[in-house]
Design a protein around this ligand. Structure first.
Ligand SMILES: Cc1ncc(COP(=O)(O)O)c(C=O)c1O
Length: 446
């Protein structure tokens, strides 16, 4: 794979061809889509994307933390092509074929849910969450859920009921699924209890036990705690290990399940197979999607055979375990296992160290956090007050785009750095140098 030195820009964005497509897009596609800038991609390889006007852009987004193996990895493309030449679809819920079993066996072997696991395949993250909620209700025979403020679990009715990251995601859609109570996420940089870890003695978890479960939510009615081990959309927030352990204990005490939503943090992105692996905690149900099949639409629910004991016909779908997606998933798994998970640690640590150096130069960088290649850079108006600077985040993303670096935000004011796991240190440095220049320019203007 050719390693380019830096982005190649051939004029102003959007270029003429991109502008024409953006115009047609706005007339033909749903206005609910949230495009940050007019990147109109024609082809991509590794971490480099070429737009329709020939601009070459560096990808720090991976299609929202999806393209684990980089764009069009030859091994993934080969697996997809070979399977496509055999057959495209034959409803995995009603018939049998080998790729579905092969991928399930791989996932079962790595899932921390237990030793004898089962997989349910689906088509997206939201559908995985939807199924996990149903499974938790089915298994526990309880109706309610605990979810977290700042969480993102998807947009379908059950999933959006657990989502709690932006009101736009909910406005106009009520009534959503009843029975979801949101509680504060263990977010130490913005503690809602105004405490500091570890002196706080995990006030956020105690609040669930001492207040929520005693006043508004009978614990014996709670099927599961729905939890992102690293909050993604909410701002790439890493909770303290002790808090995750305490949530597990709380769930055990009251007979609730713990659902670890690994849709963004899973599949090696954080340097381990699953985000929750960093905390030494065993979840009951895992949800996956995004990086699972390198960009082919695929989701999965994993649980022990004891928990995933629903009867034939109780849950299913037409496209479950699509053979082409399974082939992509197998190739992705093998690549992540062989090299990419290690690369995530190596390049992630490098980026983290470089960002910490950058933080010394740029007072607008309030916090840097993350694991592996799931890194958040929180921008603030004032480091002491930690006042969030949403406009600055937007300005940085726009200016980075103009210089050929694709980034997204998360939370209200955090730069989300989630490049393909195949990124090299050299490529990471190209992007970080651009970010450094952008911060210099944009922060000075303010
Ligand atoms: C943690 C998490 N859960 C669920 C979802 C929903 O996935 P999808 O967009 O594939 O429905 C997302 C998407 O960003 C996510 O980050």
């Amino acid at each position: 794979m050719k390693v380019l030195k830096k982005p190649i820009l051939r004029g102003a964005f959007p270029g003429p061809k991109a502008r024409a497509i953006v115009d047609r897009d706005h007339k033909s596609l749903s206005p609910s889509y949230t495009r940050s800038y007019p990147a109109v991609i024609e082809k991509a390889q590794g971490v480099w994307m070429t737009d329709v006007d020939g601009n070459v852009l560096l990808d720090f987004c991976a299609g929202i933390a999806v393209n684990a193996t980089g764009h069009s990895h030859p091994q993934v493309v080969k697996a997809i092509t070979e399977q496509a030449n055999k057959f495209l679809h034959y409803s995995g819920t009603d018939f049998y074929y080998s790729p579905e079993v092969e991928l399930a066996e791989r996932l079962n072997a790595i899932s921390p849910t237990g030793k004898d696991n089962r997989v349910f395949f689906c088509n997206s993250g939201a559908e995985a969450v939807e199924g996990a909620l149903k499974l938790a209700r089915y298994y526990t025979k309880r109706p309610q859920f605990i979810a977290f403020i700042g969480a993102f679990h998807g947009r379908t009715m059950g999933a959006v009921s657990c989502t709690g990251s932006k009101t736009t995601q909910k406005k106009g859609f009520f009534p959503t699924m009843p029975g979801v109570t949101h509680v504060p996420y263990p977010n130490c940089y913005h503690c809602v209890f105004n405490k500091t870890y570890p002196g706080c003695k995990l006030e956020c978890v105690k609040y669930i036990e001492d207040v929520v479960l005693k006043t508004i939510l009978p614990p014996e009615e709670v099927a599961a705690i729905v939890f992102e081990p690293i909050q993604g959309e909410g701002g790439y927030v890493v909770p303290p290990k002790e808090a995750v352990v305490a949530l597990r204990k709380l769930a055990d005490k009251h007979g609730m399940l713990l659902i670890s939503d690994e849709i963004q943090a899973g599949m090696g992105r954080t340097g381990k197979w699953f985000g929750i692996d960093h905390f030494g905690v065993k979840p009951d149900i895992i949800t996956m999607a995004k990086g699972l099949a390198s960009g082919m639409p695929m989701g999965a629910i994993i649980a022990s055979s004891q928990v995933m004991s629903w009867k034939p016909g109780s849950h299913g779908n037409t496209f479950s375990g699509n053979p082409v997606c399974c082939a992509a998933g197998i190739a992705t798994y093998d690549l992540v296992k062989k090299d990419l998970m290690k690369n995530s640690v190596v390049v992630g640590n490098y980026m983290m160290a470089e960002l910490k150096k950058m933080q010394r130069k740029h007072p607008v960088i309030g916090d840097i956090r993350g694991k592996g290649l799931m890194i958040g850079v929180e921008l603030v108006k004032d480091r002491k007050t930690r006042e969030k600077d949403h406009d600055l985040m937007e300005a940085v993303i726009q200016e980075a785009f103009k210089r050929g670096l694709l980034m997204l935000g998360c939370g209200t004011n955090t730069l989300r750095i989630c490049p393909p796991l195949i990124i090299t240190k050299q490529e990471a440095k190209v992007g970080l140098d651009i970010l450094d220049q952008v911060l210099k320019k944009v922060a000075k203007k303010r």
